[in-house]
Structure formats: structure tokens, C-alpha cells
Design a protein around this ligand. Structure first.
Ligand SMILES: *Cc1c(COP(=O)(O)O)cnc(C)c1O
Length: 404
């Protein structure tokens, strides 16, 4: 029998229908879900990517003088304006920003880090390995739970002092750490730069988003660090990027380093970042327009209202699941605020075998919830309003296809 060999065009069509990378609906309640692409972008950011993406742009062209320009100038002015930094540099991600900062300021030299800050952050970011990759020598100082400024001095660093935000864990009990200002004082005395890996990059006051106290890039700059670095796609709510801020000479050293070329950021990312940062010029607008911030700021009543309305629509549509609107504990995610829960609400549907969860993951677009004690939980806080109909369709189809 002759088998039909698919033509290129047929293969292309099949792939178009089922590409490997696809949008999904995040109903996990984890706002910055690293496995689901972290921060969803603001419409303004998306529009900027579409404007700049398809054709040529002035990525590295100075339109005024008609000569070669620098890609690193595009989001720079906004970053300086929003944080008060002397200079700023955007690279591919925060891990890259840290490698670059260490290589540029302390390559081949000893960098003192507290034993309490030798973190591992999801997806293979282990601080000792990052240091090794940047060719800086790790000098562990202090102890797991207590590190004082004097310990940094005793480590005899000749490259830099590095302070790392613990991000995904907390220490309680008998703990002590050197403050950034203490490290800045010590760094000046020893003639060494102070680098701060801040991680999440929250630009607004945490209380505005219902979050516990959290240092911001601006605070690190006021404390006098030479460089502070953070992610673009954590609490900033922008595209994947690593942002370095700080003293002009330190940023210039990073910009000159050959690794900067290897870690360089692309034009569409810069477009999205610039558009996201522009929203921060008005903090009220930032919370309204940046999905990460809007999700954090939404009241539990609002989220519960959306869950109730969804259950209503499903019931009227004939879906007979034993659904209940449940009070849930959401998470900020992205390795931030490990002990902070975000009161939330959503649907809880018995699903002892996880069959419904699997069916929803196979829907188009896939809907990803979480299994909790024999039930499927769909948290509405992280479902973008535009995605609600997809959740409704997925559940209705699952009801109609039950048992099959
Ligand atoms: C998340 C995080 C990083 C890594 O950021 P990416 O943008 O994912 O590379 C580095 N350091 C700290 C402290 C973090 O929290």
C-alpha cells in the first residue's frame, strides 16, 4: 500500500497548529510562575514589540547624527529617571547581569560573600557556580546564620563585596547580617566595589501591592552600592532581562567587558522594557496596566466575584461538576516572598486521579491549575480576564467529554 508522505506545506500547517511553545492559561495562583514564563506583559509592552519587531529599527543607530549608536541607550533614560541611578545597563537576564558585574569589577579576584547568602534559585542558579563562571574567587565569610561586617574584612577580599538577596528562603532565630550601608563603608575603606544582587526588582512601594517590606533598587543606590542588579521579569513585570544600575564608572566597566556582548539584549526586549518602564512614570497607571502588579493589587473580593461569576456561567451552560468557590492561598512566585501568601479565590473541583487536570492541560489553550488534596484548584487571581472564556470552554468541554 502506498503511504502518503506529507508535503513540506502539510508539515508546516501541522506545526502551525501544534507549535512546541504555546500560550497557556495560568490558574495556579502563582503570579510569577517561572515554568509558565514569569511575568505576563502589559499590552503597551506587547504593542511596542510589534512596532519594533518585524522590521528595521534604530537599535544601534543615532538618528540625529546618522552614525552608529548604542543599543544600551534605549531604556537607560527611563531607568535613571525612575531609580536615580547614575547609569544603567540592560542585559539578557539577572544571572547574566551578575556574571557580568563580577567579571567586570572583580574578575580573577576574591569576592567576599556571606555563608548565609550562598543561595540556589530555581533553574540552576547557584551562587558559587555563578562566581566560578565569572572567574571571581569565592571567599565565604561569616557563618550560615550570622555574618558581621568584620567577617567580610577578615575574608581579605581584593575584588569586591557581594550581597545577595536571599529571595526564596528566610532565616529566623539567631541571625545577623551586615547591612548594605555597613558594606559600603567597608568597601570604601578597602577601596573595593560593593555589588548587590537584589533579585526581584520591585520598583513601587511594597505596601501599595499588599506586600511586606522589601528593599528596592533605589534603596540600594541610596545606601551607596556601586552596582545593583535585578530581573526584568519578576516584580518589575516586564520582559526577561537583567538590569544593572549604579555608579557611572562601574556601569561603564560592565558595558566595556566582552561578556556584555555575549549577554546582549535584543531589540524586542528593549522595546517591551522601555514601554513597561514608561508606565511607571505614573505609579497608579503602572498598577492598572502591568499585569503582575494588577494581579497583586486585586482585592480578594474582586477575585472571588470573578470565580462566582465563572461558576454561574458554567452551571448555566450545563456543566454539572460539584464545583465550589474556594478561598485559596496564592503566591507571588519567581523565587520572591517565600513565606507570603496572597489571599485568593477560585474553583475547587474533586479530581482524585488528576484526570480533569490532564484534560484541561490538553485543551487549547492549555489551562494549568494545581492539584490539592484530591481536588483540582483553579485560582482566578492569575487568570488574565481575557483568558476566562478559555477556562470556561475547557471546563465545559471536559464536562461534555467526561467518562470518555
Ligand atoms: C531570580 C534571581 C536571580 C536570577 O534572575 P534571572 O533573571 O532569572 O536570571 C538572581 N539573583 C537573585 C537574588 C534572584 O532572586
Amino acid at each position: 500500500m502506498l503511504r502518503h508522505t506529507p508535503t513540506w506545506h502539510e508539515q508546516e500547517l501541522a506545526h502551525e497548529a501544534h507549535p512546541s511553545l504555546r500560550p497557556v492559561v495560568n490558574a495556579t495562583g502563582v503570579i510569577l510562575h517561572t515554568n509558565l514564563g514569569r511575568a505576563p506583559l502589559a499590552e503597551e509592552a506587547l504593542a511596542a514589540m510589534i512596532r519594533v519587531g518585524p522590521g528595521y529599527s534604530n537599535l544601534e543607530f543615532d538618528l540625529e547624527d546618522g552614525v552608529r549608536g548604542s543599543r544600551y541607550l534605549h531604556a537607560r533614560d527611563l531607568l535613571l529617571r525612575l531609580t536615580g541611578a547614575e547609569d544603567a545597563l540592560v542585559v539578557n537576564n539577572a544571572a547574566g547581569a551578575l556574571v557580568l558585574a563580577l567579571a567586570a569589577l572583580a574578575g580573577g579576584k576574591g569576592v567576599a560573600v556571606s555563608r548565609g547568602e550562598l543561595v540556589e534559585i530555581g533553574g540552576g542558579f547557584r551562587l558559587p557556580e555563578i562566581l566560578a563562571a565569572s572567574r571571581a574567587r569565592l571567599l565565604e565569610v561569616g557563618t550560615t546564620n550570622r555574618t558581621r561586617a568584620a567577617d567580610y574584612r577578615e575574608g581579605a577580599p581584593d575584588g569586591a563585596l557581594l550581597k545577595v538577596h536571599r529571595s526564596n528562603f528566610r532565616m529566623t532565630g539567631f541571625t545577623e547580617e551586615a547591612s548594605l550601608s555597613e558594606l559600603v563603608t567597608l568597601g570604601r575603606e578597602l577601596g573595593l566595589p560593593v555589588i548587590h544582587d537584589l533579585g526581584s526588582g520591585l520598583l513601587l512601594e511594597p505596601a501599595r501591592l499588599g506586600l511586606p517590606p522589601e528593599p528596592r533598587p533605589h534603596d540600594a543606590l541610596v545606601a551607596g552600592v556601586d552596582l545593583v542588579l535585578f530581573s526584568g521579569d519578576k516584580l518589575l513585570g516586564g520582559p526577561q532581562a537583567g538590569i544593572l544600575l549604579g555608579r557611572a564608572d562601574a556601569v561603564a566597566a560592565a558595558r566595556r567587558h566582552p561578556l556584555c556582548r555575549a549577554l546582549r539584549v535584543d531589540g524586542m526586549t528593549l522595546a517591551a522594557l522601555e514601554a513597561t518602564l514608561a508606565l511607571y512614570l505614573d505609579p497608579v497607571r503602572a498598577v492598572e496596566r502591568i499585569p503582575t502588579l494588577r494581579m497583586l493589587a486585586a482585592s480578594v473580593e474582586e477575585v472571588r466575584g470573578r470565580a462566582e461569576a465563572l461558576v454561574d456561567r458554567l452551571t448555566r451552560g450545563g456543566a454539572g461538576f460539584p464545583m465550589a468557590v474556594a478561598e485559596l492561598d496564592g503566591r507571588v512566585g519567581g523565587g520572591t516572598f517565600p513565606e507570603h501568601t496572597v489571599p485568593s479565590a477560585g474553583l475547587r473541583i474533586p479530581d482524585p486521579e488528576g484526570a480533569l487536570a490532564a484534560r484541561l492541560r490538553a485543551a487549547d489553550p492549555p489551562v494549568v491549575g494545581r492539584l490539592d488534596g484530591g481536588s483540582l484548584v483553579l485560582d482566578l487571581r492569575t487568570v488574565l480576564p481575557a483568558d476566562e472564556p478559555a477556562v470556561e470552554r475547557g471546563l465545559s468541554a471536559a464536562w461534555e467529554g467526561r467518562g470518555r
